[in-house]
Ligand binder design. Structure first.
Ligand code: AMP
Length: 682
């Protein structure tokens, strides 16, 4: 065993004052900006004084908590054709993972010591990770931490161009990947001279192995399996190389919606400050179980997993197919569900038809929602002895029925959806706001706050936040009723720099250490922030009105017909248009209402039928009005498409944010044609 330090969460005080969630530091107000705000409960932004100084300490804390207890789990595959998984998770313990990370780390250290792998220009020893979420991903990351290596994560969905760019930029000599990516790695290897070793997580068939070896030899790249790497490390074990707090832990490439990926450099102390900041909750401990399905290459999931492992909890990896997510959840029964609006909106939308259904079932749900919603808004309490048992237990059961902490982050979420999730899951449902550049830690809503939905809450413990005027967009610290401006933050979670990119670093971090996020926020009288706009993603219509396209998309995202939406504006026009990928059930129902219900008609016929398009537009217009969109924000023309926006077709980033330029290119002719048919009337 060991005598490592075991970290626990820092609980909330027994009572929370929702009227004063941030404090403004006296004497910090200056012209053109607000004062500096901090968390009112924990106004000191320095990390708590605990002996947890780097990510290696974080894993050792998990070992101290749960040495022989389950740590990383997955559902074994029982058949490949058709793909079938066992109805259980099989686990590796903390102690077993300790052995494996030492073996992998020792082997990688030998590769660098022997000169097989070379450090980059700055002396960083980088290690690429390219696969979907799986236990091996975490084991290799733990190995990197423990042996002074810098992990460079690649989204599973990345195409060869992004992979080539990143491998070149970070001069990566060794990549651990799922077997599906080996061929792609070999094909870009000629343009990535640093690349010397590819390690597959999966075992290879002998024939495949030989073919890859020949190809690799041609390129000067060695192909190995993880098993071989571990065997090598076990033969020649090395001691852990404890990192200094300022040592670089990882470079996370952000999947920019507009520009080339930027390498966000995160040190051990920044990642640990992020983990410790997230520890200011009372819903996590060594019994916590996290369902891992958001991309591990993104900092949100990564930090979530660091948090769980420091507490000695369990991480169950989903089976890789979003369509099986609920099945995975029902088997794993997670207690922690980190999520994003895209997933949560679907849960909400699935409940909508029941809510409007005739008969007892619909009536019961409507009554339950009415009672709990009233209680939530009046008291902040989101549990109810009767309705949780009768109605909401079933909805919560979709995720296994044990969730105690559910969070939405990475994009704005609709207030109605958030309130619904609170009453449906009857636990701490939070909206967090952060970005890769601050380890996904910036603000988060408090539990039990009756009116938190629609806000992103106060600054988290390690963060200081201020709003700076954006004169071009008319936002100022003097705005009434609430000060508004670009949200800037600083604190120990803020990243150091973009790797080999001084220009972007200088633009993002100013001389006083503030990170300029590019998001426009406001702070309300209770000290909660709200994201209201983006400094960049805003466009001006011909009549001079500004439209925040993402905000408009977010509003429409809960319209029943909308599975996905892209709202497009043109500064020469006076209105906005939309491409909508319709929800299949809602499309069929809409077609029926539009009188298009001849037998044999398919979705393809519906989207091409003018009557259906007119009906959709009319429904969306009503919806826009009900949800407070202004006239110029309401889409005036819609194109229905059955081709979803995906990262495969290049219209979504790896974190599933819309790439506006690519989406426009895809529908350019149609959208331009719609504008030409109904030009601006100025
Ligand atoms: P990324 O670095 O890929 O995580 O992207 C960070 C960006 O996501 C932020 O700058 C925001 O624009 C957006 N974002 C994250 N969380 C939220 C939220 N709760 N509400 C609105 N936007 C968010």
């Amino acid at each position: 065993m060991n005598n490592y330090y075991a970290m626990n969460v820092i609980p909330f005080p027994a009572t929370l004052d929702y009227s004063k969630q941030s404090i403004e530091l006296p004497g910090t107000r200056r012209p053109g900006q607000t004062g500096h705000y901090r968390n009112a409960i924990w106004p000191d932004t320095t990390p708590p004084d605990v002996p947890l100084k780097n990510l290696v300490d974080a894993f050792h804390s998990g070992l101290a908590h749960s040495y022989n207890d389950p740590f990383l789990g997955e559902r074994p595959i029982i058949s490949r054709n058709p793909l079938t998984f066992a109805n259980k998770f099989v686990w590796q313990t903390y102690a077993e993972v300790d052995v494996r990370r030492r073996a992998v780390g020792s082997a990688v250290e030998h590769f660098f010591r022997s000169g097989k792998c070379a450090p980059g220009v700055e002396g960083l020893e980088t290690v690429g990770l390219w696969s979907g979420n799986r236990p091996e991903w975490q084991i290799v990351d733990l190995a990197c931490m423990a042996y002074g290596k810098v992990s460079v994560s690649l989204y599973d969905t990345f195409g060869p161009d992004s992979v080539e760019y990143i491998l070149k930029h970070a001069e990566v000599p060794i990549v651990f990947a799922s077997s599906a990516h080996v061929a792609a790695l070999l094909s870009v290897s000629a343009k990535c001279p640093a690349l010397k070793i590819i390690v597959t997580f999966d075992e290879l068939q002998e024939e495949t192995r030989q073919a890859l070896n020949t190809w690799g030899a041609d390129r000067g790249v060695e192909i190995m399996t993880l098993k071989e790497v571990e065997a090598l490390g076990k033969e020649k074990p090395l001691d852990i190389i404890t990192p200094t707090p300022d040592q670089v832990a990882t470079i996370c490439y952000t999947s920019g919606t507009t520009s080339l990926p930027k390498g966000v450099v995160i040190t051990h102390s920044q990642a640990v400050a992020g983990g410790l900041g997230a520890f200011h909750y009372d819903k996590m401990n060594k019994t916590s179980v996290l369902l891992s399905y958001l991309p591990l290459a993104h900092i949100y999931e990564r930090l979530g997993e660091y948090g769980i492992l420091a507490l000695g909890g369990r991480i169950g990896y989903f089976s890789g197919d979003p369509l099986r997510l609920l099945e995975d959840a029902q088997i794993l029964k997670p207690t922690i569900f980190l999520s994003v609006p895209r997933v949560l909106n679907r849960i909400y939308l699935a409940a909508l038809p029941v809510m409007s259904a005739p008969g007892v079932k619909g009536a019961l749900l409507r009554k339950a929602v009415e009672v709990k919603m009233k209680q939530l808004h009046e008291t902040g309490i989101n549990t109810h002895a009767l309705w949780d048992r009768l109605v909401f237990g079933k909805i919560a059961g979709a995720l296994g029925g044990r969730v105690t902490f559910l969070s939405s982050g990475s994009a704005p979420i609709n207030t109605k959806v958030m309130d619904f999730l609170k009453i449906a899951f009857s636990c701490y449902v939070a909206e967090g706001y952060g970005m890769t550049e601050n380890c996904a830690i910036c603000t988060i809503t408090l539990p039990g706050d009756p009116t938190a939905s629609g806000t992103i809450g106060p600054p988290q413990q390690p963060c200081e936040v201020k709003l700076v005027d954006v004169p071009a967009m008319g936002y100022t610290a003097e705005d009434k009723p609430n000060p508004r401006g670009e949200l800037c933050m600083r604190g120990p979670v803020r990243f150091s720099r973009y790797y080999r990119d001084e220009k972007n670093t200088r633009e993002a971090i100013d001389g006083e250490g503030w990170l300029h996020t590019g998001d426009v926020g406001e702070i309300d009288s209770q000290g909660r922030f709200k994201i209201i706009d983006r400094v960049k993603n805003i466009m001006k219509l011909a009549q001079g009105e500004y439209v925040a396209l993402e905000k408009v998309e977010n509003t429409y995202s809960t319209c029943p017909i909308v599975a996905q939406i892209f709202v497009h504006g043109d500064s020469l026009q006076d209105h906005v248009l939309a491409v909508v990928v319709p929800d299949p059930d809602a499309l069929a129902a809409t077609a029926k209402r539009a009188g298009v219900n001849e037998p044999g008609r398919t979705a393809k016929d519906f989207v091409a039928d003018k009557r259906v398009v007119r009906q959709v537009l009319s429904d969306m217009t009503k919806f826009a009005k009900q949800h407070g969109l202004k006239g110029f924000e309401t889409v005036k023309g819609v194109h229905l498409s059955l081709e979803p926006f995906t990262s495969d077709n290049g219209t979504l980033t790896a974190t599933l944010k819309l790439k506006r330029k690519a989406a426009y290119e895809m529908y350019k002719d149609i959208l331009d044609g719609m504008y030409a048919a109904a030009p601006a009337r100025l």
